[in-house]
Design a binder for this molecule. Structure first.
Ligand code: UT7
Length: 329
């Protein structure tokens, strides 16, 4: 019998309506459209402004789109994995809140914390579940309300992040399609360069932590930049080499959207044509765990069955990795 593969069979996504552009940002802090465009590559990002809504609101919209497109019913879902650094609550899992919002009952639902690499870690986990036969229908969500942990007085981090969500449905197939390979890594020496200082069990929220603005992304940009360039480029090249793929064999390269200069470096190292590389950072910004599935969602119409696709991400932890998949439809 041929091997069971885990294949993406549908994608859904959601972006909030509000557009925060560089001009508006430059009225809030000492920055400029020119600096942000040349150093990061971002022109605008989406912000979830709707009152009393968090990450689950956007994640649920993405999942509902999948149900609408496919006719799959909530009761058919076996597992929901939500990759996020901005959960609705510390507990319970945002994945559980999504289930409540969309009517999924009885499925395993949990959150996954691997920062900007969360989606590729989630897709790898779902692949293992599906390949093993344990589950038949898995939802993997990447969803972030990064605006909830962004300090809009800090010009070093505020221009980078945006909000959004997207999800994929993963199912078994006997065809030579779906997730073919994955490489995932963590290097904890990177923790000091990128983290949020307060709000967890080590430093619970207090008047002092709020006064000292410790509930926001803390990032030493240059250290993160150097590691992101090297690790994303190398891991993408490694997964291509061990699957005997050259740049010419790759239909699409979907890198995490952190910085246009990082994306360019990955493109050069892998030898994939520039016009086969997803670049949506200009209008979406860095949506952390949501950036790769949002990319899949935006590109879906261009994909053809059997396309060779490389996904690659880098984020806090440091965590990074790459997935090689063959598109399923
Ligand atoms: O997604 C998770 C992983 N995260 C990443 O991959 C992010 C990786 N890092 C980066 O993308 C870049 O390091 C940043 C975009 C965060 C920063 O760009 P940079 O080219 O590394 O700038 P820098 O921090 O070295 O700052 C250069 C200069 C500084 O001024 P001086 O000291 O040279 O006078 C900053 O104060 O640019 C200044 N600067 C700004 N100026 C205008 C920093 N932010 C701004 C700003 N507007 N927004």
């Amino acid at each position: 019998m041929s091997k069971v593969h885990a294949v993406i069979t549908a994608v859904g996504g959601y972006l909030p309506d509000y557009i925060l552009n560089n001009h508006e940002l430059s009225t809030m802090m000492d920055t400029s459209d020119e600096w942000i465009t040349t150093r990061i590559g971002i022109k605008e990002r989406r912000i979830l402004k709707k009152e009393n809504t968090g990450t689950s609101y956007m994640a649920a919209k993405a999942v509902e789109e999948i149900f609408e497109k496919t006719g799959v019913k909530p009761e058919e879902i076996d597992v929901v994995i939500c990759a996020t650094s901005t959960p609705d609550y510390i507990f319970p899992a945002t994945a559980a809140v999504v289930c409540e919002r969309v009517g999924i009952k009885g499925a395993l639902a949990y959150d996954l914390q691997a920062a900007c690499s969360g989606f590729i870690v989630g897709l790898t986990s779902a692949t293992a579940f599906v390949e093993s036969g344990r589950f038949k229908k898995a939802l993997v969500i990447g969803a972030e309300k990064m605006s909830s942990i962004t300090n809009y007085e800090d010009r070093a981090t505020a221009p980078i992040f945006g909000d959004g969500a997207a999800a994929v449905l993963v199912e078994p197939t006997n065809e030579e399609l779906g997730v073919m390979d994955a490489i995932l890594h963590t290097d904890s020496t990177g923790i000091k360069h990128l983290h949020m200082k307060a709000g967890g069990s080590m430093m619970p929220a207090s008047h002092e932590t709020v006064d000292n603005k410790l509930h926001y992304v803390y990032q030493e940009g240059q250290a993160v930049f150097k590691n992101a360039v090297y690790d994303m480029a190398e891991v993408s090249a490694e997964i291509m080499e061990r699957n005997n793929l050259t740049g010419d064999d790759i239909s699409w390269l979907i890198p995490h959207q952190a910085n246009l200069r990082i994306i360019d470096a990955v493109q050069k190292r892998t030898g994939v044509d520039h016009d086969k590389v997803l670049i949506n950072i200009e209008h979406i910004g860095n949506t952390s765990a949501a950036s790769i599935p949002i990319g899949l969602w935006e590109m879906e119409k261009k994909f053809k069955k059997g396309d060779n696709i490389i996904l690659t991400a880098f984020g806090a932890g440091f965590t990074w990795g790459a997935i090689y998949l063959k598109w399923g439809y």
